[in-house]
Ligand binder design. Structure first.
Ligand SMILES: [Zn+2]
Ligand SMILES: [Zn+2]
Length: 182
């Protein structure tokens, strides 16, 4: 399935659908590389407008994303929306308005061929929430030893005592050193 369209085709057909599977193994996110665990199904409609054209549609898939608290690979459903207005470069107004237009998803073009896969990736990325939890009450990991607190309900950490001790020791050493300097 090709996600490329040509301006001439849009002018001629006025309005048409693109439907199929988008091929991509995974995606680089803030948390790292996440792979797709379902096919990426896309439905799109391209429609000519007075000045340019619009692209609208849906993206449906699922990602394997680490749980924000315990890092366990977690299934994340993606139901993304594609919504973009393409306008010729000549219609670009001043720079001040540009930020607002980015929010409204206006794409200015000077080319005559478009790769709509950018819109698909964009629709997926904005659907990824800041927090992904393996379950709503995930207890996360012990900050001292990394033990999964979902599995060890009454975890008492011996590393915690260790790390407090060693920090205390380091502080004592530092104090002694300071004395020497004086
Ligand atoms: Zn979790
Ligand atoms: Zn621990």
């Amino acid at each position: 399935m090709e996600w490329r369209v040509e301006l001439a085709e849009i002018e001629k057909r006025k309005r048409f659908f693109l439907e199929g599977e988008f091929k991509m193994d995974g995606i680089e996110l803030d948390v790292g590389y996440c792979r797709f665990i379902e096919p990426i199904k896309v439905k799109m409609v391209v429609a000519k407008t007075k000045d340019g054209f619009t692209v609208g549609g849906y993206v449906k898939t699922a990602l394997e994303h680490p749980c924000t608290r315990c890092l366990k690979p977690t299934r994340l459903e993606i139901n993304g929306v594609i919504e973009a207005l393409y306008l010729p470069e000549s219609m670009r107004k001043n720079v001040k308005e540009e930020r607002l237009e980015t929010l409204k998803n206006i794409v200015y073009y000077h080319e005559t061929e478009f790769d709509l896969s950018e819109r698909i990736v964009e629709a997926i990325v904005v659907e990824v929430p800041e927090k992904v939890l393996c379950k709503p009450d995930c207890k996360g990991l012990c900050p001292f030893c990394g033990a999964d607190l979902n599995e060890e309900e009454n975890h008492v950490c011996d590393k915690m005592i260790d790390s407090v001790d060693s920090r205390f020791e380091a502080l004592l050493k530092l104090k002694e050193k300071l004395k020497e300097v004086r």
